[in-house]
Design a protein around this ligand. Structure first.
Ligand SMILES: Cc1ncc(COP(=O)(O)O)c(C=O)c1O
Length: 417
């Protein structure tokens, strides 16, 4: 099973969904006078906002939609640059392109998230935002990134798709930037198959997010609207069915986090003394959600051999999440041949010109070539986490995986490859 939430789908989800089906209200809006209408989407928004300690949340149909809503809602568009990490899911870049802005790729460091010093070097007069992506369940260096954003008057957006439930020094992720986005696809902490959420503490941003996700309407479509819609929106609405599943999943979050953290601690301790093996830097060990344990081997060659023997891949080869494997981004392959926004006069007339190529982020490439993702609770070939355990693994199963890793790593480290 891909993610921890999916593994735990059971009676609670069935009951929630049945309640929606029996009510006949599948749409997020319904008659408030009718007790059968349960308002599951609204309830989910309230719960996620509360958990995230912000005032507002808008449920959408995917993490990609959440990013689009956040970017457009914050006014990011033609001529703007958004700094994104070279190690992320493609949606962090494609959402920028579809907002008609330009993704500027930056290096990661041993957190496997944005390297703040590299981010600062890439700030230009066209930069409008920094997108901090909390990869593999771990918050980025938010203090430093926020300071850079403030120094340069930029927006900080948190792509929390892979880290629902995480916090950063006591603050829920997504609440530190101007907006935070989540995904509920099958590889995420909790899931409804697909789904997403955008959160903010800013009322104006909330109204814009709501309008963009629902054809320009005011939140909950209240008030006189014809003639008053602020801009043209789209439809990224979540259905009551998805929200029902997610409400049941949300109640399982404490259990998911407790179990993943325990398993990760056990596995990490069991291989901590393997010579030559080091771990990804975790910005807040208390706040991570422990879905993946990333190890670094001493060299690319050793890492590749260890990965192959364990039936997995080094992170650099893991496909979808590494910029150098995103041929459509590298070639700026847009849906129509004009290659807008890359060729857009709003951009070029401001001096903008961007090229992407393999090897353009050498520190990212070098780190990911030595890295192996061991699953604790997310088995995703696209992340290279085919080796490891899953939620529900017994301590003995964890020990078996640790022992296997130890034997293979020790052999190749000793041999030098
Ligand atoms: C970092 C990151 N951002 C955005 C997304 C997009 O989410 P979705 O698949 O729900 O559109 C994902 C999904 O894998 C992701 O991992």
């Amino acid at each position: 099973m891909p993610g921890p939430g999916m593994e735990l789908i059971g009676e609670e989800e069935k009951r929630e969904v049945l309640e929606v089906l029996e009510s006949g209200y599948l749409f997020r809006y319904g008659s408030e006078d009718d007790p059968r209408f349960k308002g599951k989407v609204w309830a989910l928004e309230q719960e996620v906002a509360k958990l995230s300690r912000v005032r507002y949340a808008v449920a959408v149909n995917s993490g990609t939609s959440a990013l689009l809503v956040a970017l457009g809602g914050l006014g990011i568009g033609p001529g703007d640059e958004v700094i994104v990490p070279g190690y992320t899911f493609v949606a962090s870049m494609s959402s920028v392109v579809y907002s008609r802005a330009i993704p500027v790729l930056a290096e990661i460091d041993e957190t496997l998230n944005l390297d703040p010093s590299d981010v600062e070097e890439r700030v230009s007069p066209r930069t409008k935002a920094i997108m901090a992506v909390h990869m593999l369940g771990n918050p980025a260096r938010l203090d430093e990134l926020k300071a850079i954003a403030e120094r340069h008057g930029l927006l900080l957006i948190e792509d929390c798709a892979q880290a629902f439930g995480a916090s950063y020094h006591g603050r829920p992720i997504g609440s530190i930037g101007k907006a935070g986005t989540f995904s509920f696809n099958i590889y995420k902490t909790i899931t409804a198959g697909d789904g997403g959420m955008v959160i903010t503490d800013d009322e104006e941003a909330y109204e814009r997010f709501f309008a963009l996700h629902d054809q320009g309407h005011k939140p909950l479509r209240k008030g006189v609207e014809v003639g008053h819609r602020p801009f043209i929106g789209l439809d990224f609405r979540m259905t009551e069915l998805s929200a029902a599943v997610l409400l049941a999943q949300l109640r399982k979050l404490p259990r998911i986090l407790a179990e993943l953290r325990q398993t990760k601690a056990r596995l990490k301790a069991a291989i901590a003394d393997v010579p030559g093996v080091t771990f990804r830097h975790i910005t807040d060990p208390e706040g991570e959600i422990a879905t993946i344990l990333t190890v670094f081997l001493p060299s690319e060659e050793v890492a590749r051999r260890v990965a192959a023997e364990l039936g997995t891949k080094v992170v650099a080869d893991s496909g979808w999440h590494v910029y150098s494997n995103m041929e459509h981004i590298l070639n700026q392959r847009t849906v129509t041949p004009e290659r807008c926004p890359f060729t857009c006069p709003y951009y070029t007339s401001k001096g903008g010109a961007i090229r992407y190529e393999k090897g353009m982020l050498p520190r990212t490439d070098a780190l990911l070539a030595r890295a192996i993702n061991i699953s604790i609770g997310v088995v995703d070939p696209g992340l290279g986490s085919a080796f490891g355990v899953h939620i529900g693994a017994s301590p003995q199963e964890v020990d078996v995986v640790a022992e296997r890793f130890r034997r293979v790593a020790e052999r190749y480290v000793r041999a030098g490859a």
